[in-house]
Each structure stands twice: as C-alpha cells, then as structure tokens.
Design a protein around this ligand. Structure first.
Ligand SMILES: Cc1cc2nc3c(=O)[nH]c(=O)nc-3n(C[C@H](O)[C@H](O)[C@H](O)COP(=O)(O)OP(=O)(O)OC[C@H]3O[C@@H](n4cnc5c(N)ncnc54)[C@H](O)[C@@H]3O)c2cc1C
Length: 381
C-alpha cells in the first residue's frame, strides 16, 4: 500500500511517522519550506496528543517530545490586580468538562515539529504544493502538484490545514467560516521577567486576566529537561538548530477582533499593536509584552467549519484542521486523527480489513468525536 499525505503539519507528520514505523510506503507533499509558517510558539498538548505521539513515533522521538514538555497543567488561573500586585482571584480545574481544557502540558511548537520531521527527511517533499486529484478506474488516486509533477497512491490524505485544497475538491460543501476573531500571540524570555512575581505566581498553569473587556492569556514554559541535553540523550539526529536557541519563556495571547488587528501585517507591527491593546492591563503584563521577542509575534485567524453530513468513504480522506477547527485543542485532534487513521490503514495493510471499510471506520469515529467538540474552545497557551 502507498499513502500520499498532503501537509507536513502536526497531523500529517504524526501520520507519516506512524505509517513509516509500520512499514507502509508514505510520501508527504508540503507547500512551504522545511521551517513551515508561523503558527504560534506553543501548544497545550493533552492525553490525546501524547497517546498519538507514543503510538505513532519511534520511542526515542516520543521520549524527546515528552522530555521537553513543560510541567503538568491541571488548572486554569484567573488573575487580578490588588493594590498594584497580581494575585490569583480564582481557579478552574482543567478537566475537559463543559468546554474546559483537559489536563496537559505546554509544548514548544517548533521543537515538536522538528521532532516529527526527524527521520522523515527522505519522505517529506517541501516546496511541493498540491493542486488537485483524480480517482482512477483501478481504485488508485493521482495527485497533481503546482510545478506540474504528479504522483499516484492507494490513499490520499488531506492533512493540509484550514485552507485544505483536498477538502475543497473532495467535500466542497464544507466551508470555513471566519469568526472575525483573531489571536495575537507572542513570547518573552523568562529571564526578562524573572524579577517579577508572575513566573512564581502561575507556575505551570495557564492563566487569564481580564480588565475593562481586555483579556490576556499567559503560560510559562519551563522545559522539564534542557532541550540540548534531551537531544543528546534521546534524539541526536534532531538538528541542533532545533534546540540550541531554545530557552524557558512565557507565552502570551490576546483575543482581539479583526478590526482591532487592523492593518498590522509584520510581526513587529503586531507586537506594537499588542502593546496598544493592553494599555489598561497591570504593569507586569505590559512588561511581559514590552520585553517580548517582536519577530515571533503572530496574529492567528479563528475560524470554524460547521459539521457536514456523513459522506461515503473512498480512497481520499482528511484529518485535522482540514475538516474540523478547534483553536484551543485542534492540534490534539489532528494528532488523534493521525493515530486512528494510521491504525485503520495498518489493519488494511495486514489484510485484516478492506481499505474502504478501514477509512469508513476512521471517518465515522472522527466525525463523532470532532464534529461534537465545542467549536469555539478557548485557545490554549
Ligand atoms: C490561536 C490558536 C491557538 C491554538 N492553540 C492550540 C493549543 O494550545 N493546542 C492545540 O492542540 N491546538 C491549538 N491550536 C490548533 C492547532 O494549531 C491546529 O489545530 C493544528 O496545527 C492543526 O494541525 P494540522 O496538521 O491539521 O494542520 P496544520 O498544522 O495547519 O498543517 C497543515 C500543513 O499543510 C500545508 N499545506 C496547506 N496547503 C497545502 C497544499 N495545497 N499543498 C501542500 N501542503 C499544504 C501547510 O503549509 C501546513 O504545513 C490553536 C490554534 C489557534 C488558531
């Protein structure tokens, strides 16, 4: 069996690792260069993401990913300012109930992606934009790339994110709706705010502050093991450039509207915009943003994909943001999809289940889990 995956994001790479590990022929076509585009600096990864990583990745890759996660995040704090000092005004359990996040750990997104890419260098083709596919009479699928190249496989997986070209052709009635909300996200070296009370106050927990309608979400990522030491111990094949510049940091996120974002296009302009948005927030939080690394500030669009009715299974399928959007835990869902689809395709490869039945089983579970997830979940930090 041969599988073509479109998109080298969290979902596509987790799937490719799992298929590779099972000895199934896989190729990944990725539009961007090897570094990918800015998607925010960190992720809250919960049990769904961790299970997928453990199941799909070689054990030393999974160990590397887990060694460099932050500490356990079991509650979400609400902060307020009393007499000029930040205090904890309340806390909610992170228990996955009633739209609350599940317990998890903070992960440095570029490092996780680098771990996922390690060992797939001969499988991932970067700078290769998928444009369309055609189902052939023999049951296989042929794909076309923007440079005119083509390839053929038994299965085509759209793991190509929110703007998925695979979904647009395969399920054109599934539409992305722009909620008009944006998330300005950035990060600040922990050493730059070490003299403040903030890092000790929040520990590993995500924390939120709301003042006069302005909301800021924060999280401190203290690497459990130094990324350089963890690479040496677990995954020396990981490029040194993925770990050497990495240090503990605070990540911050500001939910704003499209109008508030205005014309800010460059990271530096977004960073300046962030400083304007938080003028009413406590001084320690203004310091966090003022001391941030301007060039990694991003503004992410928050969209939804309203669920669509079930479709008949075929040799083309979709995972992750290509079919469902959940800003606070979509990465976990993408990795979970990859895990489940990988298991289904392995069943087929071993002759235990027909291909279309396997894809049908994956899609049915994916729809049941993801189409019922709260669409406007809080963005993780
Ligand atoms: C503000 C915000 C905060 C978030 N926080 C969290 C969090 O804390 N935890 C969490 O789990 N999730 C979080 N998410 C969601 C998470 O970022 C996404 O759900 C996740 O990245 C989806 O992974 P994916 O593999 O499906 O898609 P992506 O990671 O988007 O990957 C898609 C890939 O496909 C490539 N591609 C696209 N089109 C083509 C084409 N035509 N040809 C070839 N390649 C193509 C892209 O370049 C990209 O590399 C957050 C999202 C937002 C917006």
């Amino acid at each position: 069996m041969k599988v073509i995956v479109i998109g080298a994001g969290l979902g596509g790479l987790t799937l490719a690792q799992g298929l590779r590990r099972a000895g199934i022929d896989v190729v990944v076509y990725e539009r961007d260069g090897v570094r990918g585009r800015a998607q925010g600096v960190s992720l809250h990864v919960d049990d769904r993401g961790v299970s997928a990583l453990r199941a799909c990745l070689p054990s030393e890759h999974a160990a590397m990913a887990e060694a460099t996660m932050g500490g356990p995040r079991e509650r979400t704090l609400m902060l307020s300012e009393v007499d000029g000092a930040l205090t904890i005004a309340g806390a909610q359990p992170s228990d996955g109930v009633a739209g609350r996040p599940r317990p998890g750990r903070q992960v440095h997104r570029p490092l996780l992606r680098a771990v996922l890419l390690t060992g797939l260098e001969d499988v991932v083709r970067t700078g290769a934009e998928f444009t369309r596919f055609e189902r052939r009479a023999d049951g296989t699928v042929q794909v076309w790339l923007a440079d005119g190249g083509t390839d053929t496989a038994d299965v085509l997986v759209g793991a190509d994110g929110i703007g998925s070209a695979v979904r647009r052709q395969y399920l054109p009635h599934a539409r992305v709706v722009d909620t008009g909300r944006r998330m300005l996200m950035g990060a600040t070296a922990l050493r730059a705010i070490a003299d403040t009370e903030l890092p000790e106050l929040i520990g590993h927990s995500p924390a939120g502050v709301r003042v006069h309608g302005t909301m800021m979400v924060l999280g401190v990522l203290r690497f459990t093991e130094s990324p350089v030491a963890a690479r040496q111990r677990w995954l020396p094949a990981l490029p040194l450039s993925a770990v050497a510049p990495v240090e503990d940091y605070a990540m911050w996120a500001l939910p704003i509207t499209r109008e508030q974002l205005g014309a800010a296009g460059s990271p530096a302009a977004m960073w300046r915009q962030a400083q304007e948005v938080i003028v009413d927030l406590p001084s320690v939080l203004r310091l966090v943003v003022a001391e941030a690394w301007p060039d990694i500030t991003v503004a992410l669009r928050i969209g939804t994909i309203p669920p669509i009715p079930a479709w008949p299974a075929g040799p083309v399928t979709v995972i992750g943001d290509a079919i469902h959007l959940a800003p606070g835990f979509g990465g976990n869902l993408a990795m979970q999809d990859a895990h489940r689809l990988c298991e289904a395709l392995v069943e087929t490869d071993r002759g235990r289940l027909g291909l279309i039945d396997a894809i049908d089983a994956y899609e049915e579970t994916m729809r049941r889990i993801s189409f019922s997830a709260p669409a406007a979940a809080k963005a993780g930090t």
